[in-house]
Design a protein around this ligand. Sequence first.
Ligand code: ADP
Length: 259
Amino acid sequence: YLQAHGTPLHDAREQIGALIVLNDVTRLRRLETMRRDFVSNVSHELKTPITAIKGFVETLLDGAMHDPDDARRFLEIITRQADRLNAIIDDLLTLSRVEQGEEQGGLPLEELPLRPVLEAAVQACALLADEKALRINLFCSPELKARIKAPLLEQAVVNLLTNAIKYSPREGKVAIEAARFQDKVTIRVQDWGCGIPKEHLPRLFERFYRVDKARSRKQGGTGLGLAIVKHIVQAHGGEVIVHSTPGQGSTFSIHLPGC
Ligand code: ADP
């Protein structure tokens, strides 16, 4: 879409030309549509748990609270839905912090050893892994350095590890590996879980995009984890790529510019 603003140019007696400014507003329109979609998605995502909470409270008030078993079951559901609301809001705040931080110049990129950052991410996921009796293997030379915003990168790796654990069978394994390849540093998170059908891969990093909504919800997912990863990796001038085979597993690779 082009928006034109025209101004006739005059000298003292006659019109000698015209100045026409053409603005390409395609990008602006696209941004505006994205913003509108985002607000409508957020509203929908927040409304779902609220509707559930309201429904179960009404059922309790209608008499279910007099049966202790029903009352306990419904209150547990209400707690789970409240947790869900919390998780969505936490992820929205993280996303907005990353976006805002970057607009204001962001954290500085620092040349740091990668291993401690990856170890901290593995540590943060230890409880979740234990619950599924799942092993996380870390391969990263202590000498490997990269230009990173350490707290942000740790968050990105935690998100990838959390997904790898969530979408893996019990007693499975997850591998995280970092190495230098030519002029790039690559961090690879690999699982041998359910995998992702090919047609979903192009949209996977969109906010609220989920392959299987019910499954994601059951796992406590918000649909924002990978959108956060993408933003963080972009803040490093890098890219994130996914390879996956249904039934065999998935590999998410973060490529960072070398030092
Ligand atoms: P969620 O909070 O639902 O996990 P994400 O943005 O982290 O949201 O991921 C988007 C979707 O991508 C998930 O709902 C899931 O369907 C799919 N996905 C992400 N990581 C994996 C993985 N390691 N294995 C299988 N599916 C995955």
